[in-house]
Design a protein around this ligand. Structure first.
Ligand code: SDX
Length: 374
C-alpha cells in the first residue's frame, strides 16, 4: 500500500494559534487581529513586540514598564562578553546569535522553569540581550571598541548606536523599526515550527530559540535577505539587470527573495517594506538598488508569475543603512524572537509532542553478519 506522503508538510494544518494569520479578506498579515501595515503606520516596534507577547496592544503605562524591563536587561554578563570577544572573527553572525542565546541559557537561573511567568521573564532577557551581543560582535570583528547600550534610546535607535556609534536620521530609524515589525511574526514558518517542535518535548526556551536561529539561517528562509544582496552585488548596475535575470531564469536558477509557501500572488508585507526602502534610498541619495529591484521584480512576475517576499526589499534597505550583508538575517532574529516566544508559550499552554511518521523505503529485514565474516 502506498502511503500518502505530505513532503514538507505542504498544506497540513498541525495545530491552532492565536498569534497571527494572513487574512485573505483584507489581503494582509495580522498580528492578534491587527493588520501589520496598520501597526507599522501607528506603532513603534516595542508596542508590537508587547502585542505579540501579551495578546493586546499596551497602554502608555504598560509600554513604559515593558521598555523599562527591556532596557534594564540589555547588559551582558562578563562571561558572555568575554566569549564573544573570543569567537573566531570570521564566524557568521547567525552562529554568533545562536551561540550567544545558548550561553544565556547556561547563565539563566530560570532555565528549567517553563511556567508562563518564568518564560516571559526569560523572553525579555533574550529579547534585550541578543541585539547587544550581536552589536558587540559587529564591533569586535572590525577591531573597534564595544559600545555599551544606552538606556535612553529605543530598541531600534540603540541597535544603530551600538553598531555605528550614532543614531541615524529619523527616517532611517523608522524604516528599521518598520522592518522589525514586518519580520516579527509569521505563523508556522520553518523556524517557528522548529521552536514549537523543540518545545513539544517540554525542553526549555533558550534551546527552542537556539534551534529557531539555526533554522532561520538557511537561504530558503531568513538567509534569503543576505542572498538578495549578493545577487544585487553580482548584477552591479541597473543596465545589467535585465540580462542577468533573464539568464538566471534560462538556467533555472532559484532567485532569492522570490516565492513563498503561503503567498502565491504576493507577500502582503512587501508593499510596505518597498515604500520604506524607497524612503531610505532617498535619504541616502542612492537609487541604484531600487532600479535593479524593479527590473528583476518585473521579469520574475512576467516570466514566472513569482512575486517577491519580504526578504527582497529588506536586503537592499539594510545595505543602504550601512549594515554588513551577513548582519541582515541576525536583524531578522532580533525581531522574530518575539514571534518565536509567543509560539513557545502557546505550545507549552496546550502541548502535544510533535512526532510525525515516515514512510520506510530502506532494506527489508536482514540478519547481522559478524564483523570477521563481512
Ligand atoms: C521567508 O514561511 C514563512 O512564512 C517564511 C517567511 C517568514 O516570515 O517567516 O515569510 C520568511 O522565509 C521568506 C522566503 C525566503 N526564501 C527565499 O526567498 C528563497 C527563494 N524562494 C524559494 O526557494 C521558494 O519560493 C520557497 C522556499 C520560499 C517556497 O518554496 P515551496 O513552497 O516549497 O515552493 P517550491 O520551491 O516547490 O516552488 C514551486 C515552483 C517551482 O517550480 P516547478 O518545479 O513547480 O516548475 O516555483 C518555482 C520552483 O522552481 N519557484 C521559483 C522560486 N520560488 C519558487 N523559481 C525561481 N525562483 C524562486 N525564488
Amino acid at each position: 500500500m502506498t502511503e500518502d506522503i505530505k513532503k514538507g508538510l505542504l498544506g497540513i494544518v498541525v495545530d491552532e494559534t492565536e498569534v497571527s494569520k494572513v487574512m485573505p479578506e483584507i489581503n494582509s498579515l495580522t498580528y492578534r487581529g491587527y493588520a501589520a501595515q496598520d501597526l507599522c503606520a501607528k506603532c513603534k516596534f516595542e508596542e508590537v513586540a508587547y502585542l505579540i507577547l501579551n495578546g493586546e496592544l499596551p497602554s502608555e503605562k504598560q509600554l513604559k514598564n515593558f521598555e523599562k524591563v527591556e532596557r534594564k536587561e540589555r547588559n551582558l554578563s562578563k562571561t558572555l562578553l568575554e566569549s564573544i570577544k573570543n569567537f573566531p572573527k570570521k564566524s557568521h553572525p547567525m552562529d554568533v546569535a545562536r551561540t550567544a542565546v545558548s550561553i544565556m541559557g547556561l547563565e539563566d537561573k530560570e532555565t528549567k522553569d517553563n511556567s508562563p511567568e518564568a518564560n516571559l521573564r526569560k523572553v525579555m532577557r533574550i529579547f534585550a540581550k541578543t541585539p547587544v551581543a550581536l552589536a558587540a560582535f559587529y564591533r569586535i570583528r572590525k577591531g573597534k571598541k564595544i559600545i555599551k547600550p544606552k538606556n535612553n534610546l529605543t530598541f531600534s535607535e540603540n541597535f544603530f548606536y551600538m553598531c555605528f556609534g550614532k543614531v541615524p536620521e529619523k527616517e532611517i530609524v523608522k524604516a528599521f523599526d518598520v522592518s522589525l515589525i514586518l519580520y516579527a511574526e509569521h505563523s508556522f514558518n520553518v523556524s517557528t515550527f522548529t521552536a514549537r517542535t523543540i518545545t513539544s518535548s517540554l525542553s526549555d526556551i533558550h534551546g527552542a530559540i537556539t534551534g529557531a536561529i539555526a533554522s532561520l539561517k538557511g537561504p530558503l528562509h531568513g538567509g534569503a535577505n543576505e542572498e538578495v544582496m549578493h545577487m544585487m552585488n553580482k548584477i552591479k548596475k541597473p543596465e545589467n539587470a535585465l540580462n542577468w535575470i533573464n539568464n538566471a531564469l534560462d538556467q533555472k536558477t532559484v532567485v532569492m527573495g522570490f516565492g513563498h509557501r503561503v503567498y502565491k500572488s504576493g507577500d502582503s508585507r512587501v508593499p510596505t517594506m518597498r515604500e520604506y526602502f524607497s524612503k531610505v534610498a532617498k535619504v541616502k541619495k542612492d537609487k541604484k538598488f531600487e532600479k535593479i529591484y524593479d527590473i528583476v521584480e518585473k521579469v520574475m512576475i512576467e516570466r514566472k508569475n513569482i512575486h517577491p517576499n519580504v526578504d527582497y526589499p529588506t536586503g537592499p534597505t539594510y545595505h543602504l543603512m550601512g549594515f554588513d550583508t551577513d548582519f541582515f538575517t541576525p536583524i531578522f532574529v532580533i525581531s522574530r524572537i518575539t514571534g518565536w516566544s509567543a509560539h513557545i508559550l502557546e505550545q507549552h499552554a496546550a502541548n502535544k509532542l510533535i512526532r510525525p511518521l515516515a514512510s520506510y523505503k530502506g532494506n527489508s529485514y536482514r540478519k547481522v553478519v559478524p564483523i570477521n565474516q563481512r
